[in-house]
Design a protein around this ligand. Structure first.
Ligand code: CTP
Length: 447
């Protein structure tokens, strides 16, 4: 019996998939089809797969062509499967020509002609209108956003807004980043886009977000989204009333590794959680806004939301006491802030710095063990679970692509398209709770 093996994502199952499976089956007597998991696809850079794995498996099953369906979830699995199932022929579409020649050491490799003019990518584009995004601000986050948005399908960054740049600089910015429209008129800017990414100075996020939401535009705003609980609630209320998406760009929240870390902490592996320590420091350029703006720059406003994220996610917003201690430089800029929070069942300590350096780790301590993630834990690539015995360590590696922004952008686009509309990664309530801490911090700074 000749066994044939093929793999695919089979998202939005289409004619090209059917033809491929049919011809694959004709190559032998028994067809094994591997369907990829979401995690594996993310690791390969496919962040916008729409159908859940069970649906994709079901669609392959419905063709009646597969004698066996398996799940592909890790790199190197192809060789394993070929050996495990005694495969004679490995096959894939012609878009992969050459990529799998290394498997010729294990079995025959056949590339089948791809069906022209159809792909999941094309269907995803047809299914959803391309979201036209504009960037508010033209600072250093914007080139990162542009570069990472190329890995997300269904988005086109078309317009940039900045109220202050001169004509000459505008042209340079546009040319450099292939942005077609550039304006210093916010209303005109909003007319040209469906959604905005706000990466302007901290104190302007709220106002820009409010105007965009009121005009029915989706908003992804850099943190902090607002300086008070009330304003943050107002923004989420506006988003709800206008039926648009509002997301706070706390990158960690959307990283697969961070979600895995939080879920590991929640699943009881380290027992009951009693302490969280989250540190985030970067010695910032003295001329940068965060290092020179005494009112709206500084360590806590820059890194506070990221450090608060694991605390709010694990302990919630019902802290009994919160205390800030800040060291200012000679110009009154917060170069180091330490926050101590007390909950009924535990404590949290956050350290943020733009002019002080410390170990940037996240440690979650429990009654049975602890989780530790090293800097940059906010772009989680890996973490350890450790126990009493020093050599009893579980090391967990996670998927992490590019500089991590693509996960946040992918989530934003999915939500706009109504695909990822469950906001468990960062709920409105969690974002509002963070704004409340920011508000308390601003009150403390005034004293
Ligand atoms: N395939 C094909 N003809 C097409 C599209 C896909 O023969 N028009 C084949 C691929 O070469 C692969 C299998 O179908 O062997 C599964 O491909 P998959 O990556 O799931 O589908 P695509 O439509 O190529 O997906 P995407 O656009 O997301 O890359």
């Amino acid at each position: 019996m000749k066994k044939v093996l093929t793999y695919g994502t089979f998202d939005l199952f289409h004619e090209g998939h059917y033809n491929l499976l049919k011809r694959a089956k004709e190559l032998g007597d028994y067809l094994i089809v591997g369907v990829t998991t979401e995690h594996f696809d993310e690791a390969r850079g496919k962040v916008n797969v729409i159908d859940p794995i069970m649906e994709r498996i079901e669609n392959v099953k419905k063709t009646g062509l597969a004698d066996m369906i398996i799940v592909e979830d890790h790199e190197g699995q192809k060789i394993e499967d070929i050996q495990k199932y005694g495969v004679d022929i490995f096959t894939l579409g012609s878009d992969w020509i050459g990529n799998f020649d290394y498997l010729k050491n294990f079995c025959e490799v056949v590339y089948l002609e791809r069906t022209p003019n159809i792909s999941s990518t094309i269907l995803r584009k047809d299914k959803f209108k391309i979201v036209r995004v504009g960037t508010v601000g033209t600072g250093r986050m914007v080139p990162r956003f542009l570069a990472e948005s190329k890995y997300v399908s269904g988005i086109s960054v078309e317009c940039a807004y900045n109220p202050t740049l001169e004509e000459a600089e505008k042209e340079e910015f546009g040319k450099e980043h292939e942005i077609q429209c550039y304006t210093h008129d916010y209303d005109e800017f909003l007319e040209n886009v469906d959604a905005v990414y706000i990466a302007s100075p901290n104190e302007t996020h709220y106002e820009y977000a409010k105007r965009a939401l009121s005009r029915g535009k989706h908003v992804l705003s850099e943190k902090p989204i607002a300086f008070s609980k009330e304003k943050s609630m107002e923004l989420y209320g506006l988003a709800r009333d206008n039926n648009v998406v509002l997301m706070e760009a706390v990158k960690a929240a959307y990283c697969p590794g961070f979600q895995q870390l939080i879920n590991t902490a929640k699943n009881g592996r380290i027992g009951q959680i009693v302490d969280i320590e989250a540190n985030f420091t970067r010695l910032a350029d003295p001329l940068s806004r965060e290092r020179s703006d005494s009112r709206y720059g500084g360590a806590f406003l820059e890194f506070g939301p990221s450090t608060l994220l694991p605390v709010i996610k694990l302990f919630g917003a019902d802290y009994k006491d919160i205390r800030f201690d800040t060291i200012n430089d000679e110009n009154g800029v917060d170069i180091f802030t330490k926050v101590s929070m007390k909950y009924d069942s535990g404590f949290a300590t956050l350290k943020t710095g733009v002019g002080v350096k410390t170990e940037g780790q996240l440690v979650i301590s429990g009654t049975k063990g602890y989780i530790i993630a090293q800097s940059p834990w906010w772009l989680t690539r890996s973490f350890d679970i450790r126990y009493e015995k020093a050599d009893d360590i579980e090391h967990i590696e996670s998927t992490f692509q590019g500089d991590g922004l693509r996960y946040e952008i992918g989530e934003f686009i999915s939500k706009i398209n109504g695909v990822g509309n469950k906001d468990f990664k960062l709920t409105a309530g969690e974002s509002i709770a963070m704004a409340e801490v920011i508000e308390k911090f601003m009150e403390y700074r005034k004293v």
